[in-house]
Design a protein around this ligand. Structure first.
Ligand SMILES: Nc1ncnc2c1ncn2[C@@H]1O[C@H](COP(=O)(O)OP(=O)(O)OP(=O)(O)O)[C@@H](O)[C@H]1O
Length: 540
């Protein structure tokens, strides 16, 4: 007991020492390096390892790649012995995350700026190697465009050197790249609490695996994030479903926000943009709507193909585009097709998309798929031997969302059966998931019909508002399957289920993934339903 107390006292003293030493570290760094550590916190000193928490993956990357030698040198001097650093991510250190989350993500009021930020407030003359600060009164210098070489050779390309990147592991052996969102809360709550940007904390450049299929799109995205409004404007990324377009859009948003403090970034799917526009007209709030989308430094607009055929929304988007472009604000667009093939989009819009840089993403090759699975396994703390990852990667070839889904199913099955994850187990699980032969098309109505009849419910029940436990689970399973087996976007799936918000679908997807590894009944229900739905699809 006495020993415990003294050990305790000793460790408290070490933490105090570490805190003091950290203050010295900060004081000893040049201001541009110190800026990276403003929101960092020393956690504890364990033997010769100082654990330091930082708010996000990006800062962790900076600390590990650029600052580590200086930090370890100063800490070693302070303690008079060799000190190494291990970095952990604690999103609550992000000051933005401490802001109250808006309650209505889709039709929300525009952010109230505490101090008015002048248009084009990118701090002039700031080096891209250090975080810039958006300051009131500063203005962008349209007359000083970024040199192409500057933008294409950014100072920091988070995972450029490695080609294919593997999940970073800290010095005490823990994967550190993605911090899980707060317990039980949907991903959206984390995104929402990042203010207007609404970015998924998991979709960063650090978690994006680069391969030949996406290298160009990735490099352009990094360049755009480093010089918003200057490098390529707009940037358009296109490719089939589940290949990482949304991931790249969010990654641009995160990176801009980490480089330019106070940058106003807004991510929106074009379905939400449309809904928002319709609501604004209905509620006579056009001015608010316009402010929301025009008073930003970076607008990330996903799945632009959804605007096809929507004349009024296209018109509104056209003006939004022009306003932003004229003010040298960055626009990044994703689409499931090349702009030329967006036939039901007005010519003037298509034409504008061609002003900037168009990059495509192709299905990843085998090595990239394996690397993606490896990273996914590390970030989600799933254990699977290399031969299993290779097997899954060889079976699921075209959609990364399905690839991840297959890994989750295999590991969930193993954990439920208290069996190790091995090849024979993976073969059993994937045999049902991926039947041989051509891929039959699964629709949302098939999924909803099969789910309803499996649980003895009606489609109206699935779309209704009852929150009885069985109904909630059935509804969430149906949403999960829509996500996994169809190409429908989150808002589209929400619409199918009685006009629910896309965040509800995100939550359902996460919830079912989790329940599948915890409850055998849920795993069996999902597996059985998948079989029935695929069987039905084959008959059509
Ligand atoms: N290169 C990559 N590295 C790591 N994860 C990836 C990569 N590409 C895609 N993913 C993951 O695959 C999943 C699907 O990606 P994403 O949602 O970005 O696809 P998408 O192209 O936007 O699809 P959709 O058009 O259906 O919306 C996400 O979980 C994403 O993190």
């Amino acid at each position: 007991m006495v020993e415990d107390q003294s050990a305790n006292a000793e460790s408290k003293a070490e933490v105090m020492d570490l805190t003091e030493a950290w203050t010295r570290v900060l004081a000893g760094l040049p201001p541009n390096q110190r800026a990276w550590l403003t929101n960092s916190r020393p956690v504890t000193l364990h033997e010769s390892t100082a654990i330091v928490a930082v708010p996000d993956d990006f800062t962790r990357g900076q600390l590990e790649t650029r600052l580590r030698p200086d930090l370890e040198r100063i800490l070693t001097e302070s303690f008079g012995r060799d000190i190494r650093i291990a970095v952990t991510v604690d999103p609550s250190l992000d000051p933005e995350l401490r802001e109250p989350a808006p309650t209505q993500p889709v039709v929300q009021a525009p952010a109230v700026q505490s101090a008015p930020i002048q248009s084009g407030a990118l701090a002039p003359g700031q080096s891209l190697q250090q975080p810039a600060v958006f300051q009131p009164g500063q203005s962008m210098q349209p007359g000083q465009p970024m040199q192409p070489s500057q933008s294409m050779q950014p100072a920091m390309q988070p995972n450029q050197q490695h080609g294919i990147q593997h999940a970073p592991v800290d010095r005490i052996g823990q994967p550190t790249s993605v911090a899980p969102p707060p317990n039980g809360s949907p991903i959206q709550s984390a995104s929402d609490s990042q203010g207007e940007a609404r970015l998924n904390p998991k979709y960063t450049f650090e978690t994006f695996v680069i391969g030949s299929s996406n290298r160009f799109a990735h490099a352009a995205a990094v360049a755009v994030a480093e010089a918003p409004g200057k490098a390529y404007n707009p940037q358009l990324i296109y490719g089939d479903s589940g290949l990482g377009k949304t991931h790249l859009l969010h990654a641009i948003g995160h990176y801009v926000r980490s480089l330019y403090t106070g940058a106003r970034v807004r991510y929106v799917s074009s379905e939400e943009f449309t809904n928002d526009f319709i609501n604004a007209i209905r509620d006579d709030k056009a001015a608010q709507f316009q402010r929301r989308y025009r008073d930003v430094d970076v607008l990330l607009i996903d799945d632009i193909q959804f605007l096809e055929g929507k004349i009024q929304t296209q018109e509104e988007f056209f003006h939004t585009f022009n306003t932003l472009h004229n003010a040298n604000k960055q626009i990044v667009i994703s689409s499931d097709r090349a702009p030329k093939r967006l036939e039901a989009l007005e010519d003037r819009l298509r034409n504008r998309f061609e002003w900037g840089l168009i990059t495509d993403i192709q299905p990843p090759d085998l090595e990239t798929r394996i690397a993606i699975l490896r990273k996914k396994a590390a970030t989600e703390r799933l254990t699977a031997p290399p031969e299993v990852l290779e097997f899954i990667a060889s079976k699921v070839q075209t959609n990364i969302r399905e690839l991840e889904g297959a890994l989750i199913r295999v590991t969930a099955f193993a954990s439920l059966n208290r069996q190790p994850v091995d090849l024979s187990l993976a073969e059993i699980v994937l045999k049902d998931l991926i039947p041989e032969g051509s891929k039959p098309e699964v629709t949302a109505s098939m999924i909803m019909g099969q789910t309803a009849s499996y649980f003895g419910l009606s489609i109206d029940d699935l779309c209704g508002s009852s929150r009885s436990r069985v109904l909630v689970t059935a509804r969430q399973i149906a949403m999960y399957l829509c996500r996994e087996l169809t190409d429908l976007s989150l808002p589209k799936i929400g619409q199918q289920f009685g006009g629910r918000d896309h965040t509800t679908v995100m939550h359902a997807e996460r919830k079912i993934r989790q329940l599948m590894s915890e409850r055998r009944s849920v795993f069996n229900q999902v597996t059985e339903l998948t079989n029935r739905i695929k069987h039905q699809a084959k008959q059509q």
